[in-house]
Write a protein that binds this ligand. Structure first.
Ligand SMILES: [Zn+2]
Length: 80
């Protein structure tokens, strides 16, 4: 059985909620909005790669984004 693995990348937008809107997770104002990209590992023809398909990106507090990450332990079994 294969498990879905995710990886994350966080970058600062350099802008505040005044420009980009509140944190998407907690809905509160933040002076620095971060952007998190989620990528899912896939296996195809014996090769592994990363895709953003069926993944969710978020804008918000860095702490909120990190909390929103899926834990490896909670990964859903993947049926090929
Ligand atoms: Zn937040």
């Amino acid at each position: 059985m294969a498990y879905i693995e995710y990886r994350y990348r966080i970058t600062s937008t350099g802008k505040s909620s005044a420009q980009l809107g509140p944190c998407e997770i907690c809905g509160k104002y933040t002076s620095e909005v971060f952007y998190q990209v989620e990528e899912r590992k896939y296996l195809y023809n014996g090769k592994t790669g990363w895709t953003q398909k069926n993944c969710r990106d978020y804008f918000g507090h860095k702490e909120c984004l990190i909390e929103k990450r899926r834990l490896r332990a909670n990964a859903i079994p993947e049926h090929a």
